[in-house]
Ligand binder design. Structure first.
Ligand code: PAF
Length: 290
């Protein structure tokens, strides 16, 4: 296994220079966009890119435009040195870690607004978030021009938004969505988990317990979405100071709310534990479960 750190570039000009020869050699290029503070969830995307592509680029950029004014932009973990060490153990060919000025040079004034799929859930709780995500991801797609790009299912709505954006704007990239990676006790891996105190880390397990309960209820034949959501709420509220932003049972393509779990249904939730906002989700497959 290659264990030397991948090459690091910080400007679009250097990136294009590196990729010119790769493209000329007819290699398939994979992109894993990240905000750094890498964990096993990211590394699973990197491995998927390495398995499917000849050349992998990981971008590391904490994108200010996707954070709201009262969100955690300033304290978001920046761990480039450690990220490069982690990537040395996976097959990554190039890391692109641009500055804010490189991504949003003076005068930048163009933004990407994605339609209805960006409106509910995270879109409703974090106004402007998906505008920032869609804009930076389109810019990364244009900078790298990957054949395939890799995202995690934990950010389920983000993946839908990016798929819609790429289809609508004719970006020739295959958007791959890889399964959620969980800690052994079920907590979905997230860069924000490192904000959790040991007590909050324990309390945060209620998200996974809520999702497991939804799966058990659906497997046992419960089809009433409101009943499932209420039971989830009860279990999540057992955690002291858990604040629920939403628990939603929705159509996995349109994100429209469902009343009856008749077909595949996305259960998505966002919960603040102490001051850390966590999201998680799972798909209910009633046909398969009952
Ligand atoms: O999922 C993330 O880490 C970010 O939203 C992304 C896709 C890298 C865009 O900044």
């Amino acid at each position: 296994m290659n264990s030397s750190p991948p090459k690091l570039v910080t400007t679009v000009a250097q990136l294009r220079e590196e990729l010119r020869a790769v493209r000329r050699a007819g290699k398939r290029i994979g992109l894993v966009p990240t905000m750094g503070a890498l964990h096993e969830g990211h590394l699973s995307l990197v491995r998927a890119a390495a398995a499917e592509c000849d050349y992998s680029v990981v971008s590391i950029y904490v994108n200010p435009s996707q954070f709201g004014p009262s969100e955690d932009l300033a304290k978001y973990p920046r761990t480039l040195h450690n990220d490069l060490a982690l990537l040395a153990g996976c097959r990554t060919d190039l890391v692109f870690a641009p500055s804010d000025g490189e991504v949003y040079p003076r005068g930048h004034a163009t933004w990407v607004e994605v339609g209805p799929v960006a409106a509910p859930l995270e879109g409703a709780c974090r106004p402007g978030h998906f505008r920032g995500v869609a804009t930076v991801v389109l810019k990364l797609f244009n900078m790298v021009q990957p054949d395939a790009a890799y995202f995690g299912q934990k950010d389920y709505q983000q993946a839908l938004v990016i798929r819609r954006m790429a289809a609508d704007l004719d970006v020739p990239v295959a958007v791959r969505v890889c399964p959620i990676v969980r800690e052994p006790d079920g907590l979905a891996m997230s860069s924000r988990n490192r904000y959790l105190s040991p007590t909050a880390r324990q309390r945060a397990l209620v998200l996974w317990k809520g999702l497991q309960l939804a799966q058990e209820l659906a497997a046992g034949g419960e089809r009433n979405a409101a009943v499932i959501a209420t039971r989830m709420r009860e279990i999540i509220e057992t955690a002291a100071d858990a604040r629920i932003d939403y628990i939603a049972l929705v159509d996995p393509e349109t994100l429209a709310p469902v009343d009856v779990v008749a077909g595949q249904t996305l259960v998505a939730l966002a919960v603040k534990i102490e001051n850390t906002r966590l999201i998680d989700n799972c798909l209910l497959e009633p046909g398969r479960l009952s």
